[in-house]
Design a protein around this ligand. Sequence first.
Ligand SMILES: Cc1cc2nc3c(=O)[nH]c(=O)nc-3n(C[C@H](O)[C@H](O)[C@H](O)COP(=O)(O)O)c2cc1C
Length: 316
Amino acid sequence: MEGLVDEILRDVLTRMGGVDWCVTEFIRVSDRLLPQSSFRKLAPELRSGAVTRAGTPVRVQLLGSDPVCLADNAAYASSLGAPAIDLNFGCPAKTVNKSRGGAILLKEPELLHAILCEVRRAVPAHIPVTAKMRLGFDSPDSAIDCARALVDGGAEQLVVHARTKVEGYKPPAHWEWIARVQEAVSVPVYANGDIWSLADWRRCREVSGAENIMLGRGLVSRPDLARQIAAAKQGLSIPDMSWAGFQPTLVDFWQQARGKIAPRYAPGRLKQWLALLTRNYPEAVVLFSALRRENDCARIDAMLGVDTGIQTAALG
Ligand SMILES: Cc1cc2nc3c(=O)[nH]c(=O)nc-3n(C[C@H](O)[C@H](O)[C@H](O)COP(=O)(O)O)c2cc1C
């Protein structure tokens, strides 16, 4: 998730368990072959086997509209170690859509097909090419055409965010459309959109018939959700993780952010995550309101009870 689920959050979330694979933030491809540094910036895991510390594979997601250029970049990402190439046809951002990227391409099923064909041709056969789509731009009327175009072009899996671009993130997600898409194509269709809890997952499975799901904000706001769903699939029930149980993970996140992100940006990343955690943890509400105007990393260390080398040195 662009600007939110980076290497650090992928690391801590996949270590919670229950995640089979994850995807990078989208890498924007316009008219040239990107340098290695662009891939490694958004997919640092390529340096270490393209897996998170938990061993979870990290797929590389590309976003663009030029079939040949996407294909060249996909082939390059594969040579750098990407275990799968995912193509983004779901991004609703105006700036992205204006330059012919993301969900706007759902207006052009022939182009979707051409992109998949080119990328599939360029990427070694053992590396899957997958796609992420919404139901359409302003209506779901062409959802089936788009899904078929992607699969006929070579997509081995589809993730369907069950809303149109115009609907943005407005609830509800139309999970019933996942079933329709799955009926029309022969590859696995992953249900995505508004799965915030175990109860949502149960309802989504019932309505969509999908065995596979992709979690977005739900996992960020409730880091043990994938683990709970994985247990529920086996007929097991595990208790919700308490805030006390979760705190070491938050501290780990902050320490990594301190080490990897410039001090003027690190507090923003922490606040962004905390803001989503407030959905599920009253303690996060308290911490968020204490932190929201704080931009000094050392003071945030103290608020989180983090004992860093930096802090010790500062105290002399
Ligand atoms: C801040 C933000 C950034 C996102 N970035 C991406 C992205 O880079 N690639 C992608 O495929 N989807 C991206 N998405 C969409 C999510 O992956 C997901 O499809 C959407 O949020 C619906 O699922 P959810 O209700 O589980 O969050 C983003 C969503 C948000 C809110």
